[in-house]
Design a binder for this molecule. Structure first.
Ligand code: NAD
Ligand code: DAU
Length: 352
């Protein structure tokens, strides 16, 4: 048996594939377009693993996807592929519409055609797991309860609107065609292989390079942080035990204001890699212009996943963030490769 993982060279997709092989002997076909966010180096430890098959390609390429599904007799598709950075969706929404909406539509239709042709038992056992985000629910006030699966969709950015649209398509393919789908809506991930355009890796690298740590607006926006390996275990759990047509919120009950996250990073760095001039990394914090339409607070209520499927996270924010800082300190070669090239152009455009 084989699973197909799309977006497998990205941050969460690559963590998922690596995590999969720690728990299973089942083959994985990794499909990734290798956009700026895709990095084959994330999967380099699998280079000699004959159970791993990587293909560069687009989820929207129906011919390619159909061939892959047939050739490897895939029993489940896990869709991580997406444009994922909110700031990029503000400066250029087109790719988000193309991949997250049109791409998901094409993927769903290719998968449906394959699934329709399976024999009865394979057809019954097949799964399409769509990886989505808490951002589809919009923004919370401080006093509001955390998002549950029944919250209304109120996306506010081009990114979250495109993910919301993809969730709706997945839902429709279940209700209309009976495609056996499950969807996960997760909070902010952090951990190894996180592309340094996102807050946590950006601030770790900027701190070490003596650059400003850019805090949008007043830094009091709240995100609910989950260590990426805990997201991977949640996805494995939902794939195995999730009810068809259901959605599951995934989160670690770790709400933190952005400024608090950055100050925590600074104090771990002060301890693990003190600055030679004796100053504290926190002095590099710089408040900058806010993100347009910036959502104030996200918080995930993961009770359904915990109660119905018996999942719980392994890491607290304190243990996960320390592991993350240590990973970046110990993986300088990965960092050096990532920050050359296109990355430089983005940082210059976004923060100049
Ligand atoms: P990422 O940007 O790091 O990786 C996305 C991957 O998808 C990249 O490898 C990219 O090359 C690939 N890709 C893009 N367009 C493609 C296409 N048309 N066909 C094939 N591959 C394509 O993103 P991530 O942070 O790993 O997020 C993965 C998924 O999880 C996304 O769907 C995202 O919406 C969702 N999610 C992310 C977070 C988070 O905190 N990062 C939280 C919840 C949900
Ligand atoms: O909630 C899940 C989402 O988390 C995922 O769906 C997205 O794919 C993922 O990118 C992430 O979105 P955010 O916008 O929350 O992540 P980001 O790391 O870009 O920003 C985290 C917070 O930090 C957010 O409030 C904006 C703020 N920020 C970000 C950057 C890049 C800053 O203050 N300064 C920055 O330079």
């Amino acid at each position: 048996m084989t699973i197909l993982v799309t977006g497998a060279a990205g941050f969460i997709g690559s963590n998922f594939v690596l995590d999969w092989f720690e728990h299973s002997k089942e083959d994985v076909v990794s499909l990734d377009l290798l956009t700026y966010a895709g990095n084959l180096e994330n999967l380099s430890s699998l280079n000699n693993n004959s159970h791993h098959h990587f293909l560069k390609g687009n989820i929207g390429d129906r011919e390619l996807v159909s061939q892959l599904l047939q050739k490897y007799q895939v029993r489940a598709v896990l869709n991580f592929a997406a444009e994922s950075h909110v700031d990029r969706s503000i400066s250029g929404p087109g790719d988000f519409i193309e991949t997250n909406i049109v791409g998901t539509y094409n993927l769903l239709d290719s998968v449906r055609a394959y699934w329709d042709g399976l024999d009865e038992s394979s057809n019954k056992a097949f799964r399409f797991l769509h990886v989505s985000t808490d951002e589809v629910y919009g923004s919370l006030e401080k006093s509001n309860p955390a998002f549950t699966e029944t919250n209304r969709y109120e996306p506010n950015s081009p990114y979250s609107a495109s993910k919301a649209a993809s969730d709706h398509l997945v839902r429709a393919w279940y209700h209309t065609y009976g495609l056996p789908v499950v969807t996960t809506n997760c909070s902010n991930n952090y951990g190894p292989y996180h592309f340094p355009e996102k807050l946590i890796p950006l601030c770790i690298l900027n701190a070490l390079n003596g650059k400003p740590l850019p805090i949008y607006g007043d830094g009091q926006q709240i995100r609910d942080w989950l260590y990426v390996k805990d997201h991977c275990s949640a996805i494995r759990t939902v794939l195995e035990k999730g009810q068809l047509g259901e959605t599951y919120n995934v989160g670690g009950w770790n709400e933190k204001a952005n400024i608090e996250v950055v100050k925590t990073l600074c104090s771990i760095l002060d301890e693990l890699k003190p600055k030679s001039d004796g100053s504290k990394y926190e002095t590099q914090v710089t408040y900058v212009k806010d993100r347009p339409g910036h959502d104030r607070r996200y918080a995930i209520d993961a009770t359904k996943l915990e109660k119905e499927l018996a999942w719980k996270p392994n890491e607290t924010f304190e243990t996960g963030i320390r592991k993350t800082v240590e990973w970046y300190l110990n993986n300088q070669a990965w960092v050096d490769h990532v920050v050359s090239g296109e990355y430089k152009n983005w940082i210059e455009k976004q923060y100049s």
